[in-house]
Design a protein around this ligand. Sequence first.
Ligand SMILES: Nc1nc(=O)c2c([nH]1)NC[C@@H]1CN(c3ccc(C(=O)N[C@@H](CCC(=O)O)C(=O)O)cc3)C=[N+]21
Length: 285
Amino acid sequence: MTAELLNGRELSDKLKEEMKQEVAALKEQQHIHPHLTVILVGDDPASKSYVRGKEKACDYTGISSDLIELPISVSEQKLLQIIEEQNNNNDVHGILVQLPLPDHIDEQKVIHAISPLKDVDGFHPVNIGKLVNGEETFLPCTPFGILTMLESKDIDIEGKHAVIIGRSNIVGKPMGLLLLERNATVTYCHSRTKNLREIASEADILVVAMGRQNAVDGSYVKEGAAVIDVGINRMENGKLTGDVDFESAKEKAAYITPVPRGVGPMTITMLLKNTIKAAKGLAEK
Ligand SMILES: Nc1nc(=O)c2c([nH]1)NC[C@@H]1CN(c3ccc(C(=O)N[C@@H](CCC(=O)O)C(=O)O)cc3)C=[N+]21
């Protein structure tokens, strides 16, 4: 079998086109102008490039965005103060603080400071709590994007075995919760898991978010599985690659995401969705 490609770039383009119409209608009919504030601390080139991607996507869909750039030496107190100003600004619907933050800033404290109503990343504990409860909330963008890709191909989730490799707060943990809510049987694996290959090769849906190039190859993939590669690793030649050895995995999978043009663009697109939702004062289950 050779897998069908889950092309995140193509799906993103389609969704952005729809959102562009929706934003235009919101402006015209309800005088709502969705606005996202992005806060970037320091000048890490990868972070800068992601932030540029977000700005570009906002522009395309008619969402206005501000970028607040702060020096790497900025104090935690100053950052918290800026977040508070954004919380209190009624023209701002979404606030995103680009992660990771420098070591002298407590990331959890920063996430707690963002109003849950403007938390378009879906990282605030109130929103995570709602996700655990199955209540409506802002879904974390990467898991939301993955779910949207699976749904776009009508890939069955109910009753299927989903194996998540990686347990980060922003990808692995919420991914498992979302799939569980849709009646998958979910197994979490991580760096201490024994028999990773054995467990992974039982997955109908395999989500790989380990942060290590080629950590998973075709021998980890069940025939007919959907393989989702969340990894972004920059190779020596400057090109991006995922955590999955695409060539061997695609011979066994029924569906597979490429890197680049897979999960990454969907993450940004879901951020736009969440920003529109925030502007409308809603949150989605
Ligand atoms: N508060 C916060 N929210 C985030 O959502 C967040 C974050 N911090 N910190 C970093 C990660 C990473 N992330 C990506 C988004 C888009 C691509 C993306 O568009 N990737 C393109 C390639 C881009 C390129 O060529 O560099 C692709 O895979 O095709 C990648 C990575 C969001 N993150």
